[in-house]
Design a protein around this ligand. Structure first.
Ligand code: ZN
Length: 291
């Protein structure tokens, strides 16, 4: 019987990242029986307990026995095994913090009795890495060929900053986003326009730049296409560098510090919840065929 799917709807937007990978059980059985030399029965009980590492579950470049495929009937890239040998592992990563602690505890508690179906792993990370993971996930969810993505990216940044605000309502019917010198901090909605304080506006440009940058052409932002130098010039002019005590002259040093300002610094705990249900089902059926 399948347990109810864990519910992530109580977590604020931008605090949960999803990863999916396929694992080839033919490859795993091969490793356990041929390379390690276990009898099929012992291999089966070892494999049932097998828990991949966080890197294996979340890496953008899968290595044997893991692989990624968009195809409906993929074959293992290492041993050519057909679909019935593949198991899917879904992983959710929750960023630790004030806004996620309560729903996370509740969720983990609800999974306690299903410990072999759902594994929970805690990993110490830093805000910078968490920020780039967030950017990667955001890039996948946005359609960069539709100019509306600039508004979506700004919304995502604000959601990350102020999780409690109802941003769906704030962005409803919104036509444009502008900087406002009247605002020292924060934001203000007026009619169909959203005004951001200059610092917040510049940070949103930095996020847009990071999402869309390419080597030759810079990044696309609400303020048009910007190269790194133009972005830094803009932030210097707006007083952002001075306000954040960034006095470097090298553009890459400045860039690193700007990213620190937006990403936040220090450590953060990440909680990975691995859904092993499909894996366990498939290991069982594959073993039945194998034995
Ligand atoms: Zn394989």
């Amino acid at each position: 019987m399948k347990a109810a799917v864990p519910d992530f709807s109580e977590f604020p937007p931008g605090t949960v990242t999803e990863y999916t990978t396929l694992v080839c059980l033919a490859c795993i059985f091969d490793i356990f029986t041929k390379q390690i030399g276990l009898a099929p029965r012992s291999a089966y009980s070892e494999i049932k307990r097998y828990l991949p590492t966080v890197d294996e579950l979340t890496s953008r470049k899968a290595v044997r026995p893991f692989f990624d495929s968009e195809e409906k009937h993929p074959r293992c890239p290492y041993c050519d095994a057909a679909k019935r040998w593949h198991a899917r592992l879904d992983t959710h990563c929750i960023e630790g913090g004030k806004t996620t602690d309560a729903p996370r505890r509740k969720l983990v508690k609800s999974l306690e009795k299903k410990r072999d179906q759902f594994a929970v792993m805690e990993v110490k990370s830093d805000r910078r890495r968490a920020f780039f993971d967030w950017l990667d996930t955001l890039r996948i969810s946005l359609d960069l060929s539709d100019p509306e993505w600039l508004i979506g990216a700004t919304k995502a940044l604000l959601e990350r900053r102020e999780a409690k605000q109802d941003w769906d309502a704030t962005f409803e019917g919104l036509r444009s986003i502008r900087p406002s010198a009247r605002l020292e901090e924060g934001w203000e909605r007026e009619g169909t326009r959203l005004f951001l304080s200059p610092a917040l506006y510049n940070e949103s440009l930095l996020v847009q730049y990071l999402l869309s940058r390419s080597h030759e052409h810079g990044g696309r932002t609400l303020a048009g296409r910007l190269t790194l130098i133009e972005l830094i010039r803009r932030m210097r002019r707006g007083g952002y560098l001075e306000a954040h005590k960034i006095s470097d002259t090298d553009q890459f040093e400045i860039f690193e510090k700007l990213v620190d300002e937006v990403a936040g610094s220090g450590n953060v705990k990440l909680y990975f919840i691995v859904d092993r249900r499909d894996f366990l089902d498939k290991v069982k059926s594959v073993y039945a065929a194998y034995a």
